[in-house]
Design a protein. Structure first.
Length: 372
């Protein structure tokens, strides 16, 4: 049996009857920028997250940059972030002249390590970015304490965690400001690029909205040097329809994660993911750790099983950040994970039969173990 890594077509089929008539209206009226669908989505997502303000924007990277800028991060400021994240977390900092400062993650959950954060703080540190990786929240309770002690801003990267919760609340509402991506493969995905910034601070929300519209709140009156980062109405329509299904889809992901845990329980050499106490994971990705990852990946691909690596190189070792002078071995957990992690198929419409096929293929590809 061939099993895709992701099945976006099944999600689109669920929302098509709701989305297409609205799209036809938008095409007929040429109402592509802003408008009632964007306004409605921002209100609905704010209610869902439990924040006062959501500003829809063009993509997750722009959302991060806008969040950084809106809380006063600027050239030369340091932003502490985990070494195992998508490069956008760092890239958005670089775009405004800020300096990404990478730290290691914990071995159990691969989330940013609070003790490593404390060790990395300098007089130039301005913000901490906990990344809610793979579908569960980072330890924001402890991170918030550290930030308060050093007068720092916490900015959540919530791109992989739509719907995830911790004892402190829902991802995207656990800090002064948060950024998310609605890239199509996310738990809440658009039909193209889209993103949002979430906050309870009305001044931050107003500034983000201005910055995202060329630094203008009144046409041709520009108070800031901004950017063009507005959310398209067509994408807002898709997001509204999918938001209504998000909790159900996340529940289906949790059921699939439970099945994987059962199926993999007796498979030697495979380390399933763990959930941090107090978290409700939404399983954006199901990431195992195993030996001979690259060979296993190739054999699973040959068997028709779609898999991925998130991420094959810790950001501090990428060519893009070689100028910062980090060295191999500096963040051993993140670097070890990069060599052993493998993302298995995970999506709301994944069937038990497909999961059985995935685990059978893993078992067949495992290294032969010689006893004695």
């Amino acid at each position: 049996m061939k099993v895709p890594f992701l099945d976006l077509a099944a999600q689109q089929a669920e929302v098509a009857d709701e989305v297409l008539p609205v799209w036809e209206t938008q095409l007929a009226s040429a109402g592509f920028i802003g408008g009632p669908e964007v306004d409605a989505f921002e209100r609905e997502y704010a209610d869902y997250i439990g924040v006062s303000h959501v500003v829809g924007v063009s993509n997750g990277t722009d959302a991060l940059e806008l969040a950084y800028r809106a809380v006063g991060v600027g050239p030369g400021d340091e932003i502490i972030m985990p070494a195992n994240t998508f490069i956008a977390t760092a890239e958005a900092a670089s775009r405004i002249g800020a300096i990404p400062v990478f730290v290691d993650v914990d071995d159990a959950y691969l989330l940013i390590d609070p003790e490593a954060i404390e060790a990395a703080i300098t007089e130039r540190t301005r913000a901490i970015v906990p990344v809610h990786l793979f579908g569960q929240t980072a330890p924001t309770e402890r991170i918030t304490e550290i930030a308060a002690a050093h007068d720092l801003v916490v900015i959540e990267d919530a791109a992989q965690s739509q719907g995830a919760t911790s004892t402190a609340g829902r991802a995207g509402g656990l800090s002064r400001v948060a950024a998310t991506s609605f890239y199509p493969g996310k738990n809440l995905g658009a039909a193209g690029d889209a993103g949002a910034v979430m906050t309870d601070d009305p001044d931050v929300a107003a500034l983000i909205r201005t910055l995202a519209a060329h630094g203008s709140s009144v046409k041709y009156v520009h108070s800031h040097a901004g950017m063009n980062a507005r959310l398209d109405a067509i994408q807002a329509t898709v997001l509204r329809a999918k938001l209504r299904r998000l909790d159900g889809w996340n529940a289906a992901r949790r059921a699939a994660a439970d099945r994987y845990a059962q199926l993999l329980a007796d498979v030697p050499g495979v380390r399933p993911p763990q959930v941090r106490p107090g978290n409700e994971d939404v399983w954006h990705l199901y990431v195992v750790r195993l030996e001979e990852r690259d060979r296993m990946m190739a054999e699973l691909g040959a068997a028709g099983i779609g898999v991925g690596i998130h991420y094959p190189t810790a950001v501090h070792l990428t060519e893009a950040y070689a100028h910062l002078g980090y060295r191999a071995g500096q963040f051993p957990v993140a670097e070890s994970a990069a060599e052993s992690i493998l993302s298995l198929p995970m999506f709301p419409h994944l069937t038990e039969e497909q999961q059985v096929a995935v685990v059978e293929a893993i078992t067949a590809a495992l290294p032969v173990r010689v006893e004695g």
